[in-house]
Structures are given as C-alpha cells and as structure tokens.
Design a protein. Structure first.
Length: 204
C-alpha cells in the first residue's frame, strides 16, 4: 500500500512543487466551502419592516393578552423568515415574557409584557426566564449572568460588569389591538433605540 509523502523540505523551506500542490488544495477547499451571505445571518435594518409583526408563539398562534399566562415566557422568532433554517438562528430568538403579578403582569395591556433578545451579552449563550418563586429573572446557563425581567438589565454575573450598552438586552416594543392580540412594532436597531442583538442597548 502506498503511503502519502509529506511535503519535501529543503533547508527549512517547502519545495516549489509541493507549494504549488498546497495552493491547488487550498483553492479546492475554498471552491467547495458553502457560500453564506453575511448580511443574512443577523437581523439588521435592511430586514426591518415598516409594518408591525405578530408575536407568534411556538404553537403557531398569535400571543393574546387574554390567554397568555402571568409570570410565563416563551421563545419567539423575530424577524420571521420564509427560510426555516434562518428562523433557527440564535440572533432571531427572543424571550417573550408576561411579567409576574408583583411587577405588573396582571394588567391587560402591553405594559404587562416584555420581549428581549435571548442572546446573552457576555459570550452569546442563550439565557431564559425562570418563573419559579425566588427566581423570576433571566438566567444564563453558561457563566451565571442574570437579567432583570422589568428592564433587561444584567444585575449579576459577567454581563453585569460590562460597560453600557453591553449590560442591557435589546428589547422590542409591543402593542395590543382591540381583540387582545399582541404585535411587535417596527424596531430601530441602534444601541439608543431597540438595541443591537449580541451587543446591547442603552437604558433610557
Ligand atoms: S454567555 Fe451568558 S454569562 Fe457568559
């Protein structure tokens, strides 16, 4: 059985012939590397719609103030793409929270709800809301950052030590129609507006 020969080295230098072979191999790899359009990876202003969008729950229904439980959260995709693969991107994943009663979650209007990017501001793991007594906060499983459900501000762990705007989660603005259906208002993807996913938001 013939064995593959390592590139010949001449006085510490690779030979011209082997250098050309390596160049050809690198070209082949580049040719077959899947092409990913970088701009498609993140939600960005180009995708922002002037129209409001439904808060679509995992069961496909639109969130409604009359049925969504107090002190409860679901993961929601925004902006929703027609490509199901893109909809699985962490950068499109938001935690839709109805606040606990003591923080105003029993009100029947948009003030009872919050919608924050689930990408932790520390190193981009996905955090989630824990409704249990004694918790009622967002927690990241990676290094323990904790987020205030009322504001999205990190109050413990490494994300809390980061300078603004990287200590406050991006947040989407919500509104409720006459039937109680909940909608996402068109966002402003800047740190002073709704924030930048994975980077943060200035608290106003
Ligand atoms: S990635 Fe969330 S605490 Fe480090």
């Amino acid at each position: 059985m013939s064995q593959r020969q390592p590139p010949k080295v001449d006085g510490g230098k690779i030979s011209r012939r082997d250098f050309l072979k390596l160049l050809a191999a690198a070209g082949t790899v580049m040719t077959f590397t899947p092409f990913v359009e970088w701009g498609k990876f993140l939600p960005n202003p180009r995708e922002s719609s002037e129209e409001r969008a439904k808060v679509v729950l995992p069961d496909g229904s639109q969130a409604n103030v009359n049925t969504f439980k107090v002190n409860h959260a679901e993961a929601v995709v925004y902006p929703m793409s027609e490509d199901p693969v893109l909809n699985e991107e962490a950068f499109r994943t938001w935690q839709f929270i109805r606040l606990p009663a003591e923080l105003g979650g029993e009100k029947n209007d948009a003030s009872a709800f919050r919608m924050y990017s689930m990408v932790c501001l520390h190193l981009w793991c996905l955090w989630k809301y824990w409704p249990e007594e004694g918790r009622k906060r967002g927690e990241c499983p990676c290094h323990g950052s904790m987020y205030d459900p009322l504001t999205g501000e990190a109050f413990a762990g490494p994300a809390a030590l980061q300078a603004p705007p990287s200590n406050v989660l991006p947040s989407l603005d919500l509104e409720v129609d006459d039937e109680g259906n909940i909608w996402i208002k068109p966002p402003n993807w800047t740190p002073s507006g709704n924030g930048v996913v994975g980077y943060g938001r200035f608290l106003t």
